[in-house]
Design a protein around this ligand. Structure first.
Ligand SMILES: Nc1ncnc2c1ncn2[C@@H]1O[C@H](COP(=O)(O)OP(=O)(O)OP(=O)(O)O)[C@@H](O)[C@H]1O
Length: 276
């Protein structure tokens, strides 16, 4: 559905993308993770048709971004809304621009308002909404015309748990209906919940791709057991077996145990070591 081949983009001295490759199938959710400045937003801006690459290709159902705008829904990282305009007017405007007719548009607004918990403030001006409510409005704009490709750039940044869950549920539902989704986030737990394929971006390239289980498998976690006079800490890929062993062989009272499972931070660290 989306084929991205060797994208390169420079901003003066800064090499934002240095050969970025990614493919996404219909119905697939790909979570793009990576340190600040890895090139995630630049990649999404090119796929959205907002900026142009220096070289490389992007094909959305066989067409370049400029010819495929109607098929793409975008929720940018930074809130981009018209403050004096209501939520409903935003959805009407963007739905209308994407070609939805009256009845279709009203039905789409009602459906999204319910799914994203927007009903209560549908007729309020965006300028007086909270940050989380603005986030939900921004995501709803991306979804209103049922795009075949959904680009969500940190859609849950600063969102409360209710907003986050509403968004995750809608994304799962759309993917199940065949929408291809690219989702950038710094929260690996969201990508696990979405059962997303993870693409790790580093310095303008995708350096690893797989499920979170695949990427985290083999990374060591840690088991720490605290005794009255010392703390023993063991790096291990099998935390429960290591803990049982430590407790069995302990010759003194145990004050506390602490198990650390590998997470996104460990993944970042491991990748940094492997690829520097
Ligand atoms: N308009 C611009 N002008 C100059 N440099 C830019 C511009 N946009 C991005 N950059 C630079 O390109 C690099 C990649 O930025 P980008 O925003 O794509 O990273 P990111 O992975 O989305 O980061 P974050 O997680 O912080 O959102 C950074 O070094 C950034 O400073």
């Amino acid at each position: 559905m989306l084929e991205v081949d060797h994208l390169v983009k420079r901003y003066g001295e800064v090499q934002a993308l240095a050969g970025f490759d990614l493919s996404v199938a219909a119905g697939e959710i790909v979570g793009v993770v990576g340190h600040n400045g890895a090139g995630k937003s630049t990649f999404l801006e090119i796929v959205s048709g907002l900026i142009r690459q220096d070289s490389g290709t992007v094909l959305i159902n066989g067409r370049p971004p400029a010819a495929a705008r109607a098929e793409v829904g975008v929720s940018p990282q930074h809130i981009a809304l018209y403050l004096p305009v209501t939520v409903r007017e935003h959805l009407r405007l963007f739905g209308g621009l994407a070609g939805l007719r009256r009845a279709e548009l009203s039905a789409a607004i009602d459906e999204l308002a319910a799914a994203m918990h927007l009903e209560e403030f549908l007729d309020r001006r965006v300028g007086i909404l909270s940050g989380g409510q603005q986030r939900r409005t921004q995501a709803a704009i991306a979804l209103i015309h049922r795009p075949a490709l959904l680009l969500l750039d940190e859609p849950t940044a600063g969102a409360d748990p209710e907003t986050r869950q509403a968004l995750l549920d809608v994304v799962k539902q759309r993917a199940a209906q065949g929408t291809a989704v690219i989702y950038t986030t710094h929260y690996l737990s969201e990508l696990s919940e979405l059962q997303a394929t993870i693409a790790v971006a580093k310095r303008g390239r995708v350096i690893a791709r797989g499920s979170s289980e695949e990427l985290l498998a083999g990374l060591p976690g840690e088991v720490r057991v605290t005794f009255p006079d010392e703390t023993v800490s063991v790096a291990t890929t099998n935390q429960s077996a290591t803990l049982v062993e430590l407790l069995k062989t302990a010759q003194k009272p145990v004050e506390s145990v602490d198990i650390h499972h590998p997470d996104l931070d460990d993944l970042y660290r491991a990748l940094a070591v492997d690829h520097d």
